[in-house]
Write a protein that binds this ligand. Structure first.
Ligand SMILES: NC(=O)c1ccc[n+]([C@@H]2O[C@H](COP(=O)([O-])OP(=O)(O)OC[C@H]3O[C@@H](n4cnc5c(N)ncnc54)[C@H](O)[C@@H]3O)[C@@H](O)[C@H]2O)c1
Length: 256
């Protein structure tokens, strides 16, 4: 039980990679706060954890809103008295070029994807300092390998890599470790939205698999296991690291 007695807050845990990670954290012994703007999704994740005998609390949270994040902190502490792990996973993806992206879409994507990492870290760091806790940020291979029609998304994921390294430097002295994960294509909501935005979604999905050396896209559980590792003491000398979980993205065959 690598995360026994730890309290972990996971944003965007009402679906996809966040949900798989919440389940993996609970299986590793953590009590999990399932934070999502979609309360129904968060409750489903919490119910799955409880069915397996774990402990979870679903909280409706918009990571782009300071008041909502402050409430998340208050309710986490009121339920569990401490926090050991913050996993900043919530994100949205606007599948457009800069020219086609509206100012409102740009601002919202920036506020959720990068602003959410800032706000949750800002309000949880004072409490993570007490437990010498851990932050894991969900970036993407799109932080350094860009693709067409998701310019703003790529910019936010590159920003998360920079923010991760900066927070690692600032808070190492507090014993807080900060790392990020860069997944390749994973069979979850944002990849599915990207495929659906292409003229032929099935062909786009097949082509995406071929971009990976392993010839397929990944599963949420394959990212979740890395998150458990980074949150655990097994990663005790890792901070400021960019951990790539991408099945060899960019080493695979070019799309046909
Ligand atoms: N799926 C992929 O191929 C892939 C690849 C690389 C990185 N990632 C990253 O993994 C993370 C999860 O992606 P996913 O594909 O599982 O997405 P998903 O759409 O399946 O899940 C994202 C969750 O975030 C929630 N959310 C959205 N806006 C929010 C907000 N303002 N506040 C709180 N919650 C909010 C959604 O309700 C949803 O439950 C993201 O950070 C994404 O950038 C995904």
């Amino acid at each position: 039980m690598k995360l026994k007695d730890r309290v972990a807050v996971i944003t965007g845990a009402g679906a996809g990679i966040g949900r798989a990670t919440a389940l993996a954290f609970a299986q590793a012994g953590a009590r999990v706060v399932v934070a999502d703007i979609n309360l129904e999704g968060a409750r489903e994740t919490a119910a799955s954890i409880e069915r397996e005998g774990g402990c979870a609390l679903a909280l409706e949270t918009d990571v782009a809103q300071p008041e909502s994040v402050e409430r998340l902190v208050r309710e986490t502490l009121s339920a569990f008295s401490q926090v050991n792990v913050l996993l900043n996973n919530a994100a949205i993806q606007v599948n457009k070029t800069v020219e086609d992206t509206t100012f409102e879409e740009w601002n919202r994507q920036l506020a959720v994807n990068l602003g959410g990492v800032f706000l949750c870290s800002k309000y949880f760091i004072p409490h993570l300092r007490r437990t010498r806790g851990v932050i894991v940020n969900m970036s993407s291979v799109n932080g350094f390998f860009v693709e067409p029609f998701c310019a703003g998304y790529c910019a936010t994921k590159a920003g998360i890599i920079g923010l991760t390294k900066a927070m690692a430097i600032d808070h190492g002295k507090d014993g807080i470790r900060v790392n990020c994960i860069c997944p390749g294509y994973i069979d979850a909501g944002l990849a599915e939205g990207y495929f659906q935005a292409q003229p032929d979604p099935a062909a786009a999905r097949a082509a995406a698999g071929k971009l990976h050396a392993l010839g397929r896209i990944g599963r949420p559980e394959e990212v979740a296991r890395t998150a458990v590792f980074l949150a655990s003491d097994d990663a005790s000398f890792m901070t400021g690291s960019v951990v790539v979980v991408d099945g060899g993205f960019g080493s695979g065959l070019p799309p046909s």
